[in-house]
Design a binder for this molecule. Structure first.
Ligand code: GTP
Ligand code: MG
Ligand code: ZN
Length: 336
């Protein structure tokens, strides 16, 4: 058995690899540093050079250099902070995204919805793991309302509680995402059955984490056939790229919207609005509707930023073409 088999190698990647040059070797990126990365190959972990890749990518290498990145099946992308339209890829080729919600901090449903939107947007399937069930309690009903259609499991890494039932909902490559201190690395270790990922105590005042995990790292489980991707806690989660992700994360509102009287109902004050009727009837909270609108606006803004960049690039290209045309005409003029 090749080490790659433990890192999620399957027929899909073999087929993709076979389409490419025979002179390269197949590898999966397990950790990225500046300009260099660790990758698992047939003969174990190697250090290679190359950029533009992310943990979880399947790549080809030649003499420890990146040659090609195989097309990603999924990618967890967040809008990066600041004014650029760049996105940051948090993990590639992830099958299940485990969103951690800690029992020892105040439940922030808006944040849960953000993480769920990010997860759906990646193409992977989200699962919510309520962590530290031994040291507090989270209203699971509220979490279920904020994550319709998503499995919610209550876990404790301390007492091993709920780990098996969570595992039953996981397959393939698993990314652990959630705020710092929410117990991602500890849960990862529980799934691995050992202390592989570093963990760190939270601040006693507010149970916030200290950003213990600094790297995204891929580690295979010894027996369950999973590959875990531990990630650093995120300070902000900007969503962008697809309205579909928002529609998936807010499938309840999406379904209601389909029954509004007007097809283009903005659910503001239109007559016959099924969304507003649900709020009136107490079936949908103002908070959730508000967050839905916010994420849609954010998405639209990110898309327009992206369009603006595309326009600038087109313009640059055009200028380049007209410059070379002018040079050509000038040269033609001289020869005539
Ligand atoms: N009681 C209890 N404590 C837990 C549990 N899971 C995690 N913790 C504690 O919570 C703290 C933070 O856990 P980490 O696993 O480091 O959190 P993290 O999400 O990886 O944090 P970052 O790496 O900073 O993003 C540590 O002190 C853990 O021991 C649990 O199930 N029960
Ligand atoms: Mg961690
Ligand atoms: Zn409506």
């Amino acid at each position: 058995m090749s080490p790659l088999d433990h890192y999620g190698l399957d027929q899909h990647w073999l087929t993709e690899f076979e389409k490419l040059s025979r002179k390269t070797i197949l590898a999966r990126v397990v950790r990225v540093d500046r300009g260099e990365f660790d990758a698992i190959t047939d003969s174990g972990i190697v250090r290679a050079t190359g950029t533009g890749i992310c943990t979880g990518d399947w790549v080809t290498l030649d003499s420890f250099r990146l040659v090609a990145t195989l097309p990603r099946q999924t990618a967890i992308e967040r809008a990066s902070a600041g004014t650029t339209s760049d996105t940051q890829v948090l993990g590639a080729n992830v099958d299940t995204v485990v969103v951690t919600v800690a029992s020892d901090t105040a439940l922030d449903l808006g944040r849960v919805e953000r993480y769920i939107t990010l997860a759906w947007g990646s193409g992977a399937v989200p699962v919510v793991a309520i962590t530290k069930a031994d040291s507090g309690s989270v209203n699971e009903e509220l979490v279920l309302e904020a994550a319709p259609g998503v499995t919610v499991c209550s876990t404790s890494a301390l007492s091993d509680g709920g780990i098996d039932s969570l595992t039953a909902h996981l397959h393939g490559t698993i990314a652990l995402i959630g705020p710092s201190g929410s117990g991602k690395s500890t849960l990862g270790n529980a799934l691995l059955g050992g202390s592989v990922f570093a963990t760190g105590a939270t601040r006693s005042a507010d149970s916030k984490g200290r950003h213990t995990t600094a790297h995204r790292e891929l580690v295979p489980t010894p027996s369950s056939g999973l590959v875990l991707l531990d990630t650093p806690g995120l300070r902000s989660v900007g969503v962008q790229g697809s309205e579909d992700a928002v529609a998936s994360a807010f499938s309840d509102i999406d379904e209601l919207a389909a029954t509004c009287r007007f097809g283009d109902c903005a659910h503001e004050r239109e007559p016959g609005c099924a969304v507003l009727a649900a709020v009136d009837a107490g079936e949908l909270t103002e908070r959730r509707l508000g967050n839905y609108r916010k994420l849609l606006r954010e998405n639209a803004w990110a898309t327009s930023r992206h369009d603006a960049r595309a326009r600038r690039e087109k313009l640059r290209e055009y200028k380049q073409i007209s410059k070379s045309l002018r040079q050509k005409y000038a040269a033609d003029g001289r020869t005539r």
